[in-house]
Design a protein around this ligand. Structure first.
Ligand code: PCA
Length: 209
């Protein structure tokens, strides 16, 4: 099976994006019988979707799992809903401020992740990793990527999801201004993403038996 993992480059005041680190760490790895390709997307609306469009036309991915940083959470947030809207007071890294445009013109308002979110959440908790299902990925870049992936791959039965992760401990340790924010070690974040991949692929195998 072919698995695509996307992370994001650094953005805003955060000099490190743990989602980028994980995409790089997983690139070229094999999990179960699946080969992982990890790519890093820019935090720029136009460029991120252009890059994704190319990647998604390369092949029929069995699973596309996108990752992004949410510096305000202390848990793994398994996103359920992607919304067809771009809106944020925060500009992207090219200075573009989105104000309510659609991600895909004429697309449905909401698309729903088809990952086994409850199972992933339960497995993460069993492993001692705080996790919960989230019902909004916001309306910034992460939501755009999440929506675009689902829009493209649900059509052919691919599986798609998005996970928001907190800051990584190693970065926070170096940035005193972020003391007080929640964080997890990068190895724990990576393990959480691997568990999400494994759980999804296992479910796929059970389904096809
Ligand atoms: N998080 C942002 C965009 C890039 C990232 O890692 C978001 O939550 O939309």
């Amino acid at each position: 099976m072919n698995v695509l993992i996307t992370g994001f480059e650094k953005f805003s005041t955060f000099k490190v994006n743990p989602s980028e680190m994980i995409a790089r760490r997983l690139d070229g790895k094999t999990i179960g019988k699946s080969d992982i390709k990890g790519v890093v997307l820019p935090v720029i609306y136009e460029d991120a979707l252009e890059r994704l469009s190319l990647l998604l036309s390369e092949m029929r991915w069995d699973l596309v799992l996108s990752l992004g940083l949410n510096p305000n959470i202390g848990w793994i947030a398994l996103e359920r809903y992607a919304h067809n809207i771009k809106e944020s007071e925060v500009p992207d890294e090219r200075g573009v401020i989105a104000s309510g445009e659609e991600v895909v013109s004429g697309g449905e308002t909401v698309l729903i992740s088809n990952l086994p979110l409850e199972r992933i959440r339960d497995r993460l908790r069993e492993e001692g990793i705080p996790a919960r299902i989230s019902y909004s990925a916001g309306a910034y870049l992460c939501n755009s990527v999440f929506y675009y992936v689902l829009y493209k791959i649900l059509k052919y039965g691919g599986r798609g999801g998005f996970i928001h992760i907190p800051l990584n401990t190693e970065y926070v340790a170096r940035e005193v201004k972020y003391y007080g924010k929640c964080h997890m070690p990068i190895d724990t974040l990576q393990k959480a993403v691997e568990i999400a991949i494994e759980t999804t692929l296992q479910e796929g195998e059970e389904r096809s038996v």
